[in-house]
Design a protein around this ligand. Structure first.
Ligand SMILES: [Zn+2]
Length: 362
């Protein structure tokens, strides 16, 4: 990889760029600090400059080393990233690494991964990427200790965390590993930490399955309750509520649910991370125009992400593949939506970051 400066005759603007080994031209972090050359969608990547959903830590703690993960990112279009732990971990003394193959073994919320991420940030924050540390420890079905732990994080790592999540309201994939959905009563019990999140201006990313193929909207009431109870919080709904348990919902029904909630709750945003969305929804021929129209309409309410998990065995190639899959739909967005979602404008506004997305070339 080498750094370079290229000259855009059309706009007579200089922009930093980084060329990767495969020859694609990726922009530097610095190029987002102010006005920059317009973005040429024909020659520059369709993958996003922001990955708002990246798990730097896996369930079993055996991770791709932090510096190595960052070098993977540097080779892609991504310059801004949310550093998620994974809140839920296998027991420290377990030999299981894939919870889905170990039913009965608990996968439960813990602070371990967040502390490792914070220590890594202190030791070697990269200068060519903008990393946002996220608290992922919160147990939404057992929330009493959350506020005290937030205070502990602030004491140990003042000013370093700026996000909460991904946290699980209901995640059916972990039902065999002791995860229980938060109840409506539990959602009431979030009140103290939700106030604290508002005060600190942290968004919270919530994983909450809409339902499953047998009962398509079985769990929807939980997300509806959370949104109604905390309308002033910046809530990001992970994966548009989808999962491997639900791959057959009609696009029109899915979009109707999302549209209604976006209309009712102005602070709600959707995270389109995880390839399950492209594999089972966006890429279907009859669905794609519907989802593209939806994303164009609600373009200020959508955040991109890979949902990559930095398991030790995963490689740069796997990361790039996930980025391509989750970004495939970007190619069909209109220029306004492309700038808001893919070029980072929504993310910069959400976090009040002093960065700006380039305009798309006409
Ligand atoms: Zn995730």
């Amino acid at each position: 990889m080498r750094r370079c400066v290229y000259f855009i005759l059309q706009t007579v603007l200089l922009a930093g760029c980084v060329s990767s080994s495969d020859g694609t031209m990726n922009r530097s972090l610095d190029s987002f600090r102010g006005e920059s050359a317009c973005y040429n969608r024909e020659t520059e990547p369709y993958t996003a400059v922001v990955d708002t959903h990246l798990h730097y830590r896996p369930f079993d703690g055996k991770a791709i080393p932090f510096d190595e993960m960052n070098t993977y990112l540097s080779r892609t279009s991504v310059r801004f990233v949310n550093v998620y732990g994974i809140g839920q971990m296998l027991p420290a003394n377990s030999s299981c690494s894939d919870y889905s193959k170990c039913p009965g073994i608990p996968v439960l919320p813990t602070t371990r991964n967040d502390f490792v991420n914070a220590e890594n940030m202190l030791a070697s924050a990269p200068d060519d990427l903008h990393l946002t540390l996220s608290m992922t420890f919160t147990d939404l079905s057992n929330p009493e200790s959350t506020i005290a732990l937030m205070a502990l994080y602030e004491k140990e790592y003042p000013g370093m965390f700026h996000w909460m999540g991904e946290v699980n309201l209901v995640k059916q994939a972990q039902f065999n590993n002791h995860h229980v959905p938060a109840s409506p009563q539990n959602i009431e019990q979030w009140a103290d930490f939700m106030v604290e999140l508002r005060v600190r201006n942290y968004p919270i990313t919530i994983h909450s399955d809409i339902g499953n193929d047998a009962n398509p909207t079985y769990y929807l009431h939980l997300m509806e309750k959370a949104l109604a109870r905390y309308p002033d919080n910046k809530i990001v709904w992970a994966h548009m509520g989808m999962s491997y348990q639900q791959t057959k919902m009609k696009a029109s029904e899915h979009i109707a649910i999302l549209s209604a909630l976006l209309d009712q709750h102005p602070n709600l945003m959707l995270d389109i991370s995880w390839r399950v969305l492209d594999d089972y929804y966006f890429s279907k021929k009859e669905n794609q125009p519907l989802y593209v129209a939806f994303m164009n309409q609600y373009s200020e309410r959508i955040l991109p992400g890979s949902d990559f998990v930095a398991f030790r065995g995963n490689s740069y190639e796997v990361y790039q593949r996930e980025l391509n899959a989750t970004g495939r739909i970007h190619q069909y967005l209109d220029d306004n939506a492309f700038r808001n979602i893919v070029l980072g404008e929504n993310y910069f506004k959400l976090l009040n970051l002093d960065y700006q997305a380039p305009a798309v070339c006409l």
